[in-house]
Design a protein. Sequence first.
Length: 335
Amino acid sequence: MDERKLIKTGNFSYTIVLPKDWIVRHKLDKGNSVYINEQEDGLLIYPKKKKFKPYRVVLEINADEVPLNGIMRDIVAGYLTNVQTIKIFGKSLRKIIKECKKIVSQLSGLEIIEETSDSLLIKDLINIDEIIVPDIVHRIDIIIRSMFLDAKECILNKDFELAESVILRDDEVNRLVFLVYKVINHINDHPDEGKIHGLNPTYATHVWELNGYYEKIGDEIKRFVRLFPKVIINKNDKNNIVSVLEQVEEFYINCMGSMYKNNIKKSDDASFHRNEIIKKSDKILLKTKKFGQRMMIDKLKSIISFINSISRINRYLLFEKHFITEGNLSVKEVD
């Protein structure tokens, strides 16, 4: 790290000497502009606004050489790394065209612009500069809350059509989750643009991890609801399962509320009370031998674990925020 001293040049201003090799490397000269982006833990100086360039302009996938599972993963990888165009070609394409179209439909902004019997041209139409990460996370949260609420209504009212609606909502959660991953990848390569997307690069790793737990919670609610039409539940069993579901929902809402309000205590309290839900779930498991009901309770226990991970990450985020930006946490050095 190169140390530089501040030089006072007026009553209200200071200057700093920039390294000559940096000036030469970026082809700067007297009178040129540089840009300063204030980060929570310092200043980022760069020569000019960098125009976003994707890693690769075109990703070509030969369907005759790559198995279907590999093609699916390549499409997702291309999307997450902001490839502009994906071209899938080969005689084998006609056999897997439905699967390719399905994965494209699950990724926000991807559109099929040209299709032949042996070629599929896919474009990424997203303007990444317009994506604000906290807004997307909030939308994911709203959808998950609605899934919790309607999952309960499915069981109470034996509403199978509503159950199907809850299952389909998980697709929207997945689309938004992948969109967040996409933007974080962009921020990692362009940290000076983090503020544009509402995310300090310091917290990008934590938000990436949070995003994964949102996806897992959505998946488990979907699987919980999918089990419901196959399970015969009497009134007592129904009330027990709904009671656990309501407590899991409350746990989730409290953890998310603590994140929005920067309240570590609320998050910790919610995490502490999760053991009561687990004990209640285990009592139900001991009493029932019905496989479907046991599976439903197991799904709820998985969700409890994922929510607790969110609570843990909330503490990390809040600790870093206070320690890095506000300096109001006392940290004692150990010899």
